[in-house]
Ligand binder design. Structure first.
Ligand code: ATP
Ligand code: MG
Ligand code: FE
Length: 344
């Protein structure tokens, strides 16, 4: 089954083609980051408008790259939520219109299920069951995954998501949006012994997270070192970035360890934008090796938003017979554990 996947939940227009026999056939992406960077964050109205501009050309580009004609498609999957409602509606209406024209099934899928299953696109995909750490711009969750659509929430952030915290710390250090990758780059030159930030909520049992307090620590450390013009010298910024990253990574590692112990599972999937973080991967690698477990990640390009993960999830569910009726769906808030396996 050949499925077109469409992702427009936030600030990336992603389009991909996935064949359930042959795997990924094409994957194209347009990022709006440069446009939103000017405003220090995503401007919803601009996001929808840009998706409208880019989506149809990207669909054609993906078809061309895969040397497929539209009428060779067997189904269409789009991100139905969670995300920005206007942005979601661009993908949803395009998917429904195209599916109607081609007379093929269409299905709205969950963006976080896409992130969660993105490692399935790699050469050695994880087998079920596994523990998943979802760490993105809007979510930080630990999930016990029994199979497609079998998700039990083990813990989540009570305030900021890990990626959001990275982006806010970046702003405080004068870095452009989204600053996660730049904080990581700066941290490489930082001295890990200079500052020590707390590891929030690790001193009590449980698998929930809290990252908003680390903002205060970052801001306080930065403000103490600013010169009269409010500027920071580069080494100070690097040292703060390092302390921040160490605290986030340490906290995530401690909770992953607990989740593996609690579930007795030996496979850990890490996905979402922050799963691209090299220090996190390095630390988790040591931790899983110690317990004879294994960690699975998407390739770098599929850590952040992309059409491939949506095409993949959609293909699995469409293949099982799941589809939308004639109404398109755009669901800004949609908890992952509401999902169910495709009805057989
Ligand atoms: P959600 O998926 O929860 O709706 P989102 O789609 O905006 O949110 P993603 O695209 O998965 O999130 O991830 C983007 C986030 O990942 C940003 O906050 C970004 O700063 C962060 N990020 C990306 N690379 C890194 C890195 N190397 N280290 C830390 N953070 C990173
Ligand atoms: Mg994004
Ligand atoms: Fe995302």
């Amino acid at each position: 089954m050949r499925v077109l996947g469409i992702e427009t939940s936030c600030d990336e227009t992603g389009v991909a083609l996935y064949d359930t026999d042959r795997g990924l056939l094409a994957d194209v992406l347009y990022s709006q980051i440069a446009m939103h960077g000017e405003y220090g964050g995503v401007v919803p109205e601009l996001a929808s408008r840009d998706h409208t501009r880019k989506l149809l050309p990207l669909i054609q580009e993906a078809l061309d790259a895969a040397r497929l004609a539209r009428d060779e498609l067997d189904g269409i999957a789009y991100t139905a939520g969670p995300g920005l409602v206007g942005a979601l509606m661009v993908g949803a209406s395009t998917a429904h219109g195209l599916a109607r024209a081609l007379n093929i099934p269409v299905l709205g899928v969950h963006h976080m299920e896409g992130h969660l299953l993105a490692p399935m696109l790699e050469d050695e995909p994880p087998a079920f069951p596994f523990v998943a750490l979802l760490v993105s711009g809007g979510h930080t969750q630990l999930v016990e995954v029994g199979g497609l659509g079998r998700y039990r929430l083990l813990g989540e952030s009570v305030d900021d998501a890990a990626g959001e915290a990275f982006d806010k710390a970046a702003k405080m250090l004068g870095l452009a949006y989204p600053g996660g990758p730049q904080v990581a780059r700066l941290a490489e030159r930082g001295d890990p012994r200079r500052f020590r930030f707390p590891r929030p909520m690790t001193d009590r049992p449980g698998l929930d997270f809290s990252f908003s307090g680390l903002k205060t620590h970052t801001l306080t450390a930065a403000n103490k070192l600013r010169d009269e013009a409010g500027e920071l010298i580069d080494q100070d910024r690097a040292d703060i970035a390092r302390a921040f990253e160490e605290a986030v990574v340490d906290t995530l590692v401690i909770k992953c360890r607990r989740a593996l112990d609690q579930t007795g599972l030996k496979r850990l999937v890490v996905a979402g934008g922050v799963s691209a973080n090299a220090r996190l991967r390095e630390r988790l690698g040591v931790e899983v090796a110690k317990r004879g477990a294994r960690a699975y990640y998407p390739r770098g390009r599929f850590c952040t938003d992309n059409g491939a993960m949506i095409a993949y999830v959609g293909a699995q569910r469409l293949l099982a017979g799941e589809r939308d009726d004639t109404t398109m769906r755009a669901v800004p808030r949609w908890p992952l554990d509401r999902l169910t396996p495709p009805a057989s």
